[in-house]
Structures are given as structure tokens and as C-alpha cells.
Design a protein. Structure first.
Length: 427
């Protein structure tokens, strides 16, 4: 693969004033306290779920209740028809499968699916592998970052997209989940039944969960049909009379028959995706039929990659103290201002926020004098300095529209200075 796809955000340093503020508030915050995604955390950030974690309760209910009904009302009829130990297995197997199914459900839903940490500033413009297309940012300003970047994957040119929310170029097979509000590696889909994104770090558990659910449904369906058959033979009655005699068996037959079409079809579909090394997102969006799939290495190698490769470690430490990993700390830069990558990298950090609190009246007068000077230059036809980052590094473009921006910055300074003074007074 040519080009560096993911650059970890540069570490930011908290000023002494910000450290005192965090320590004065009591227990220091951790990364998951200020996480910008829509995830929900439990056990002090040890478990990470999606925003729709409550849907797991419904999924567990749909698994546990039918199995309990089968164990209490159906399997007892079959115990007397087989030898003693076989009768116990008929009851114990679905209970064990249900427990295994729920464990897989939690392994899928409560772990990092492969979230890529957000960057604190746009990436540096590069001359190679970047599309020359320009685009307008969502906040109305001209963005300095091209929307696409071309990279080579197994000698196939793949176009990756810049994520304006996470401020990074998404690696190949990565996509931004609008529900969780995160970029996820090898994004497959967001599963509403699991309540979590399915990505690089939990796909195999999701596949095993769907496959085991299919097996559990087929097991219950088969033994419920066998129970009805024994009722018909014992009482020499019709199927309708057997359903009247054992209504739970009839209900479970209908329920498992409907569910097995859904989970069974999903299992077969994902078997096809594994064998061809595709994701659900790629299959629906790109349609590799008739095209070269750069990730397909053959059925056996694809199968090994999906189930026998090492699961990568999470790129996020959600329990890290905020002064140890402040990349998740919300930036206070207003979104309406476009900032040069070099300014963001070298000049703007959290320490500047603390320094802005110490700006006094003399510095503000100096800012006003500079605005007056720039206003005079503008009236005399001299262009002001409104910097915008071009495609070449270090190239600053001069435009005559600087005075309104400086005035807006002055107004913002007054508001923020007053707010910070009020906040300081309240403390």
C-alpha cells in the first residue's frame, strides 16, 4: 500500500492552569468521559456499546424465552421416549447453546469494533496520491484538504475518502457510522439487533453469533416437530388435535420457522462474504461483480483471515486519564474558522486556551490598533493578509477580505474574554 493511511494525532500538552482546573474538579476525567462518538460506556469505560444498546435486551429475550419454553414444556415429553441420558441431552443442549449464543452476543456488542481515533487537526496536504479536486467544507469555508486520496492495495488503485468529522483519511474498507458517529475499520454494517457497529475487531464474533442462532433455531424446530409426531402417534389424532394437546410445540414451530429464514439467510449471505472477502457495505455499495476485488486472496486464505487471524488491539484507551491522552478532549476552536494545518500542529493546543485567559486590556488595545491599521490599508487599496492553506506547503494566499475576519475575531475575543473572566469569578 502506497502512502501512509493513518497518522496518529499529535499529543497535546495541558497547561498548568488546565491541569489545576481538572484536578480541582475532583476525580480527573478519562477519555470515555469526553468521547465525541455516540457510544455508551459501562464499568468505568471497560465496556463500550452502541447508542442503541437497549436493543440487546430484546435480542436476549427472543433467545431465552423460546429455549425456556422448549425445556419446560416440550423436552419433557421427549425424555420418556429416549434413554435417560439422551433425554437429558435433549434438554441440556439448547440451554448450553443459548448460553453460548448470549456470550457471543456480548463479545460482539461490548467491545471496540475497530474505532479509529479522531485527529485534532486536518492532515498535512501531500502532493502524491491526493486528488486535485477542491471542495467546500460543510461550514461554508473552503477546506484545504482534498476530499479523496488514491492508494494502491495489492496493485489495485483504491480511492479513500476524507472524513470531515474525524479529520482523517479513512483507511481502505473504513467507513463512518452515522449512528455511532465513529470511523470504523473494515466497517461491515451497524446491527440494530446487537446495537453495535460490526467491524474489524468483532466481525468473527458476530458471524459466530448469527450461525449459532441458526443452529439453535433448527434444533428447537426439529425437536418440536418430533414432539408433535409422537403426540399424534400416542393419541392417534390429527395434527390439529396434536397442536391442541401441545400448543407450546406449535407456537415454537411457527416462531423458529420464521426466525430461521432470517438468521439462516443472513448466515448464508455472510458465508459468501467471507469466501469472497467482502463486507456488507462493500457488497451493497461497490458491487465487485465483474470488477477486481483487491482484497480477495482465495476462499481458503479469506477464511483464515476472517477466523484465524489475530484480532488487532484497540487503538483507543478509553480509561486513560485525560492528561495522558487528551486527543479526545474537545477542541475549543470555533468550527467556522478554517485553520492551516501547520498552525493547528505547531501553534494551537490546549495551552493556548489557558494563555487566552491571561490576555489583558493592553493586549486587546494592541489588537484594536492592528485592526485599525488593516482597515486603513484596506481603504487605501492595500490587500490584507487573509491566510488560506493551498495545495502546496507554506503557500499563503493574499486576499483583500481580511478586515471582516479580524473584526469577527475581535468580537469573538471580547465574548470569550468576558466569558472566561466570568467563569474565573464564579470559581
Amino acid at each position: 500500500m502506497r502512502g501512509k493511511m493513518y497518522k496518529p494525532p499529535l499529543p497535546l500538552q495541558l497547561s498548568s492552569s488546565n491541569q489545576r482546573m481538572i484536578e480541582a474538579s475532583g476525580q480527573r476525567k478519562r477519555v470515555y468521559h469526553v468521547w465525541k462518538g455516540s457510544n455508551r460506556f459501562f464499568l468505568g469505560g471497560r465496556l463500550i456499546f452502541g447508542p442503541d444498546v437497549r436493543s440487546m435486551i430484546l435480542t436476549i429475550f427472543l433467545i431465552i424465552v423460546p429455549v425456556l419454553l422448549f425445556a419446560v414444556f416440550v423436552s419433557q415429553r421427549l425424555v420418556n421416549e429416549f434413554q435417560h441420558h439422551l433425554g437429558e441431552l435433549i434438554t441440556g443442549i439448547p440451554l448450553g447453546f443459548a448460553f453460548y449464543d448470549i456470550v457471543l452476543l456480548f463479545l460482539t456488542a461490548c467491545r471496540d469494533p475497530g474505532i479509529i481515533p479522531r485527529s485534532t487537526h486536518p492532515p498535512d496536504p501531500e502532493d502524491d496520491n491526493i486528488s486535485s479536486l477542491s471542495w467546500t467544507g460543510s461550514h461554508g469555508g473552503l477546506s484545504s484538504v482534498p476530499p479523496f486520496k488514491d492508494v494502491l492495495v495489492n496493485d489495485v488503485l483504491v480511492r479513500v475518502k476524507y472524513c470531515h468529522t474525524c479529520m482523517l483519511y479513512r483507511p481502505p474498507r473504513c467507513s463512518h457510522c452515522s449512528i455511532c458517529n465513529n470511523c470504523v475499520e473494515r466497517f461491515d454494517h451497524h446491527c440494530p439487533w446487537v446495537g453495535q457497529c460490526i467491524g474489524k475487531r468483532n466481525y468473527r464474533f458476530f458471524f459466530m453469533f448469527v450461525a449459532s442462532t441458526t443452529i439453535l433455531c433448527l434444533y428447537v424446530l426439529a425437536f418440536c416437530c418430533l414432539s408433535l409426531k409422537h403426540v399424534m402417534a400416542a393419541y392417534e389424532c390429527s395434527l390439529w388435535e396434536a397442536l391442541t394437546n401441545s400448543p407450546v410445540s406449535g407456537i415454537l414451530v411457527i416462531y423458529t420457522f420464521v426466525v430461521v429464514w432470517f438468521v439462516g439467510g443472513l448466515t448464508i449471505f455472510h458465508v459468501y462474504l467471507v469466501c469472497t472477502n467482502q463486507t456488507t457495505y462493500e457488497n451493497f455499495r461497490y458491487r465487485y461483480d465483474g470488477k477486481t476485488n483487491p482484497y480477495n486472496r482465495g476462499c481458503s486464505e479469506n477464511f483464515k483471515e476472517a477466523f484465524f487471524s489475530t484480532i488487532p488491539a484497540s487503538k483507543n484507551d478509553f480509561r486513560a486519564k485525560i492528561n495522558e491522552d487528551v486527543n479526545a478532549f474537545p477542541t475549543s476552536l470555533p468550527v467556522r474558522h478554517t485553520m492551516s494545518p501547520d498552525i493547528a500542529k505547531n501553534g494551537y493546543n490546549l495551552e493556548m486556551v489557558g494563555n487566552r485567559q491571561a490576555v489583558g486590556a493592553e493586549e486587546f488595545d494592541e489588537i484594536q490598533s492592528q485592526i485599525s491599521t488593516m482597515t486603513g490599508l484596506d481603504r487605501s487599496g492595500t490587500p490584507g493578509l487573509n491566510a488560506s492553506w493551498g495545495s502546496d506547503k507554506g503557500n499563503w494566499e493574499i486576499t483583500p477580505n481580511s478586515t471582516p475576519n479580524l473584526e469577527a475575531l475581535s468580537a469573538e475575543f471580547v465574548l470569550e474574554h468576558g466569558f472566561l473572566e466570568t467563569e474565573k469569578f464564579d470559581i
